[in-house]
Design a protein around this ligand. Structure first.
Ligand code: FES
Length: 193
């Protein structure tokens, strides 16, 4: 009796599974693929720039309307006429923009107008003076000079000098091959610490 009951229950379960297997289910609709339209909307909402992704998209959160990111195309670009990076060396300053300083060459007995984009060595050489030098790269002391007015870096911009210690600079010593004037000064050539 028990076996008959067990077989009957088993058959019943099998029947239920067969019915469920062939039933039509909930017939849930598959949504349309909207990925293309999302990409198109995104492209329309972010302004074009000349510099590459992804930095451009980070401006304004990437999904903001064009009008919300500073008016679109000009964002991230320099406006016309806006200043670019400052020159890394005084020698890169254009002649048009270079300020001119009065440099008294004490031993030569003359005062020259020296633009801030010219070295103290070159300015002397332009006069035909026999100025001392060797490497012309701030890596020896051959062109050494002395600023009579105080710490040399108050009067001179050194572009990559590698020889003078801070104390020597404070004492007024300079390397004329890489020394550009930034104020009026008196220079004694052929002076080294
Ligand atoms: S010539 Fe060598 S440091 Fe000026």
């Amino acid at each position: 009796m028990v076996e008959v009951l067990g077989v009957a229950i088993g058959l019943l379960l099998v029947g239920v599974m067969v019915v469920l297997h062939f039933s039509s289910g909930t017939d849930r609709p598959i949504p349309d693929d909207i990925s293309q339209s999302v990409l198109e909307r995104r492209a329309a909402s972010v302004p074009e720039t000349d510099f590459p992704e992804p930095m451009n998209r980070s401006i304004g959160g990437g999904g903001a309307p064009a009008g919300a990111v500073g008016g679109g195309e000009a964002e991230g670009e320099l406006a016309e006429g806006e200043a670019t990076e400052a020159p890394s060396s005084p020698g890169e300053i254009s002649d048009d923009e270079a300020e001119v300083f009065s440099v008294e060459y004490a031993k030569e007995g003359e005062t020259l107008d020296v633009p801030e984009n010219q070295t103290l060595l070159e300015a002397g050489e332009d006069q035909g003076w026999d100025m001392p030098y060797a490497c012309r790269q701030g890596q020896c002391l051959s062109c050494g000079g002395h600023v009579a007015d105080g710490p040399s870096e108050d009067y001179v911009v050194h572009d990559n000098q590698e020889m003078l210690e801070a104390e020597e600079l404070d004492d007024g010593y300079t390397l004329t091959c890489v020394g550009y004037p930034k104020a009026d000064l008196t220079l004694e050539t052929r002076e080294t610490p």
